[in-house]
Structure formats: structure tokens, C-alpha cells
Ligand binder design. Sequence first.
Ligand code: NAD
Length: 289
Amino acid sequence: MKIAFIGLGNMGGGMAANLVKAGHSVRAFDLSAEALDVAKANGCATFMAASEAVKGVDAVVSMLPNGAIVKSVYETDVIGHAPAGAALLDCSTIDVATAREVISAAESAGYDMVDAPVSGGIAAANGGTLTFMVGGSETAFKRAEPILQAMGKAVIHAGDAGNGQAAKICNNMLLAIHMIGTSEAFKMAEKLGLDPQTFYDISSVSSGQNWSMTSYCPVPGVGPQSPSDNDYQGGFASALMLKDLRLAMEAADSADAAVPMGARAASIYEDFNGAGNGQLDFSAIIKTF
Ligand code: NAD
């Protein structure tokens, strides 16, 4: 397939390279000349405008920073420039309302479009092992599925337009809550005189067991290898967790959903980021206890 790829940053760079490896002809655009150089080295054709990159393609994939940019790129450079009937796939993490608005505009212009945000970080983007949660019509999902499979290990249809974003922010809100809960439990155990490894050995086979403990333990030297063992470098940056929590709070507000734990998690990550820790992995939140 001929596929345009817009947004070749930390995530998009590796994803575009995996589409090339799967045999697709990839037409890349990014505002950054450096990102375009890397895309070229990875076998993409590069363009100086998104509206040029989308000419004659079967599909467009985007991986951009936020909803305002996604809306502007699709309204200005994709809709009306990509061939009528092309499949459009936005993999960025953005707010549910903007995702639904952009998909509705695309559908009115005759395109099939999905929101397809990802779980997994830069390593998963490079390795082609992302999980995609996809919102959109059955037809749009069926068209997007084989393209997403070339970049990931799991592609799940979450329902109508915007439901991919809804799944992503609900999941990440829950992740923030159990990472904070796990962190405070380890610290309290330590203050009560328990060795962290001993507490892990007990809790990891008891009812406190959860993913933040047994797959991504915030305590260095405990559990499998994770960013805590590397001074909280790499992994999923606290700044990105805060971005997702803000999106979750916005969505909860618009849906009139009660999220007392999510709201507390958002405020704890606000303070942590405000203190200059945005680049540390999100498990570094244990430093606040
Ligand atoms: P990034 O900042 O590294 O990349 C974004 C790219 O978009 C940059 O190269 C930038 O130049 C480009 N860009 C910005 N405006 C543009 C425009 N108008 N036209 C074309 N290109 C433009 O960000 P990232 O880490 O790759 O994240 C991308 C998306 O993936 C975000 O929505 C993020 O929330 C989501 N995400 C990131 C991670 C992660 O671990 N980094 C994990 C899951 C989801």
C-alpha cells in the first residue's frame, strides 16, 4: 500500500520504519528536518508538506503531539488532499471530543477514519509490539487493522469513533492510581520495619498484587528489571502520564463521571511535574513518599 505518515517523532519514527519493513511504500512528513532525515534513512520518501505526502495514497497514519495539532493537520492538509476514500488512522493520544470531531469531518468528506492510540512506549514503537485500541465504524476498523498489525502485537476494536481514546485514558488513569498506591504501600511497609523484598514476596502473591508491583516495581532492585533499576530513566515519562491524566479529567468532566482517585492521582503528578521531574519515568512518583 501507499501510506502517508505524518509525525515522525519518538514514536512515529519507528512506526513508519516498521511500515516500510512490512513492504509498504511510505511517504513521510514532519516539521522537523532531522526527523525527515531519519525517515529517509529508514526507507521512507520524504515531503516538505503534509498535503504533498498524502497525494495518491491508500491510507494516512499520524502520530502527533496533541488534539489541536491533529485537528489542524487533518482539516488543513489531509481532508480534501488525500484521495477520496482513503483510510485515515490517527494514532496520537488526544482528547475524546476532538477525536470524534475530526472523524466526523473526515466521514462527511467520504473517508473512513479511526482513532487508534497506543499502549507501549518508544521501545514497542521501534520493535513493532504496540497495542492499538481502535475507535471507529466496523468498515473503518477492518481497513485500519492490517496497517496497524504491521506496527503492533495487538489491535483491538473498542467501539465507535473516540472509543480508542476513551480506553486509553481510562487505562492510564488506572495505571497512575495503582502506581501511586503501590509506591505508598512500599514506603509505609519500609517505615514499619519491613524489608522491601520481603514485602514484595508477600504482597505479590497476596491481594495487593498488581501490574505496577509485579511488572514495573517502583522500588529499585525489587521485581523484574524496570526503569527504577536505571535511576528512573527511560520508560514512560511523568510528563506524558500527566498529559494523559489531564485528558482523563477533561473527559470525566464532560461525561459527568465521578473520579475521586483519578483526580487525586492527577494532582500528585501535577506537583511532581511542577517540581521539575517531568522527564523521569512515572514510577519515580515513589520519591514523593
Ligand atoms: P514527539 O514530540 O517525539 O513527536 C511528535 C512529532 O510530531 C515531532 O517530530 C514533531 O516535529 C511532529 N509535529 C508536530 N507538529 C506537526 C505538524 N503540524 N505536522 C507534522 N509534524 C508535526 O512525541 P512522541 O513521543 O512521538 O508522541 C507522539 C504521540 O504519541 C503523542 O500523542 C503521545 O502522547 C503519544 N504516545 C507517546 C508515548 C511515548 O512513550 N513517547 C507512548 C504512548 C503514546
